[in-house]
Design a protein around this ligand. Sequence first.
Ligand SMILES: Nc1ncnc2c1ncn2[C@@H]1O[C@H](COP(=O)(O)OP(=O)(O)OP(=O)(O)O)[C@@H](O)[C@H]1O
Length: 774
Amino acid sequence: MTPETPSSSGSTSLRPGSVSDERLMVAVRIRPLKHDENQRTLFALDKKHVIISEEAADKGDTLRFKRGNDKKYSFDVVFDENSTQEEVYDVTTKPLVKNILNGYNATVFAYGPTGTGKTHTMVGNPNEPGIMLRALNDLFNAVKGNEDQYTVTMSYLEIYNEQIRDLLNPSSGYLDLREDSRGKNIQVAGLSEISTTSTNEVMSLLQKGNKARTVEPTAMNKTSSRSHALLSVTVKHTTPIDNEKDHLKMCMKQGRLFMIDLAGSERANKTKNRGKRLQEGAHINRSLLALGNCINALSGGARYVNFRDSKLTRLLKEALGGNCRTVMIAHVSPALSQREETKNTLVYADRANHISNKVERNMFDVSYHVTQYQTVINELRGEISRLQSKMTEERPRSGDIRRISAEQRNNEVRNLREQIVSTFKEQMKLRRKLMEIDSHLLSLGMDAERQHLIISHWESRNSKLYKNHVNISRAQTQQSVRKKKYEGFHSADHLNEIAEEGFENEEDDEEGEVEGDAAVQLAWAELGEIEREQERWSELRSHIEEKLELCRERGVALEDKLPALLSSDDEREILALMCRVHELEADKMALQSERLVRQHELRRRDLVILRYDRQRQLSEDIITRQRKIIEDSNITIPQELQELYNSYQQEIHASTYADSSFSPTVSPNKLPPVSKIYSDPIFRRIVSSEISSEGSPPSSAESEAENYPLPLLNDTSIDRVMGHPVSRPGASMRLPPLHPPSPPVRGNRTLPASAENGWNQKNLKRSQSERNLL
Ligand SMILES: Nc1ncnc2c1ncn2[C@@H]1O[C@H](COP(=O)(O)OP(=O)(O)OP(=O)(O)O)[C@@H](O)[C@H]1O
């Protein structure tokens, strides 16, 4: 069985205008029994399941693990004691390396009780190197030949007794953890960030770092790591943008990979630790407890998660709850003597399995933000022109200036200047707050849209697919019932009530529909919650807007006081200073906006790649179905088509080689003759009904479609395939040409090879232009 890769596991659908949730991937690695351990309590059932027994079992006694008290757990992947370092790396981390090169953040961390093999997995030894070295090796190989475009830097730190130490420069002492006022952008001040693309250099740096790490013998592990070690690798990729019209000439992607070897949780009575070791153990357990609490809160969908309880959780904040693909490798011992620790670890790992991270933001959001920046910039520019015109105003001054002492005037001028500057700062603060509120309102709007889509999808499914049109009125009644429930929704308790209550007055007993009902109830409830939040934030917005207006008026009033105090030159000087401050602020805003556009461009490109990836998977599905029909009907494959398939297979193998997360579904020996299949009326009926079941039939207006009768996908079908129940009437689109193409069919079953060549030429051009898009 090929285990899922982090990029595929648990990720939900993605489209422009949406945020994608990536579920945290959880792997479990079982270490081999030690010589003095004879009884075991844990077995790997297969590549995804483990079973833990209440009672003892002898070595190798798998059969008895089927009894009542045994508990089974499922994970994304399970590595048994025979798994190699290479296997563990290939499945958990190798796919992340590709993500890093594409500008994503990713984290792999080893978790588990002391002595279960975390350091073995992450660091390893010269004969069996661990994840850290393998990942760095792969990263360097990937950038080889393009070193001018890539910058790779690394840092390595340990958290020992809640203190941070630089493992690449241990003499620098303890380092501080810094973050901005909103708890974002967490950084370690003074941490060395070493730039390299040489594997040998990295080897010696890692060795140096590992030597500097705090390791001590305990009763449970002769080389027990007494600290958490965090290796971070950042890859920056800078490429020129082709588009001449684009005002941004360079495109920059930055991905970061965190590889973390946590210290092991431990029980004082088992480790027999005393004094310093006991104190270390307490620190380790406290920070792991904080991590456990975060995992609990995140997996339960809590709105607030406390990352502040330990330095470890503060550093892992982004990995667990932010823009990051994360893999947790939970380590366990199969020994009976370790049963409690193993069980606790499995429970934590199981909870972590429910954590999702948001790794993609939408395009609309970005362009909206850019507009917001532009609005503030325009306002600032307006202020600048107003101040400039004030500067050029010719006003007789000497007679107006109040007759006061020079010292008094200096004081008043200083006061006035300070007030003007602080009013301006307050204005900027309020403007930024408004931007944040607008952005939050926007995401609420999108959340609401998502819920509406769930509801409308459910409605259309109920009325279109499963019911005849007599039942439409029933669906409408259902909608009004739900609406009433939504309007009456006031609390979480009420939500539970609704969920439990179900729709007792209906007779739906189809399982799928019951599930759909629960989902739609939740969607209505969510909508209620979202609307209340929108109201709250809109009120806050009006309040801030009022404050901003008052602040502006105060600023103008302060400016008006200037002539009474200053000579014409003094006033000009102050006005010029204010102009400068405004200009700087406007420039800053412009830079921030530009940065946003760049980030957006990166995301957009990744999105395009993702869509093509999905189209490719869809093509494979179609091929598999075709193949089945061909095999069932015993149809012979024409020579030309066989050649096309051979080319296709080569492509598949090439991409498999380049991307281990992709597994071809077509066997190399036998391939289906698509041309005959496509001209086969039964096949065409099946595929058309499968693909066009929710949309309109192929349009005869499209001449290409007439010539090459591939089924057309309208947007609804595409969205269905892409995982989006969006119903958008109108536009239709042809299947992507990535699957083996169907040659033209005209009366006879297939056209001669020359006609097919013409088709291939066209197809080739189209693929080329699609590649250009990327
Ligand atoms: N899968 C494995 N194959 C071979 N040896 C292993 C495996 N897992 C662990 N070991 C061995 O078990 C011992 C303890 O492993 P390791 O030091 O990696 O545990 P740990 O979880 O990092 O412990 P601690 O939390 O105390 O630092 C080491 O000698 C290691 O080589």
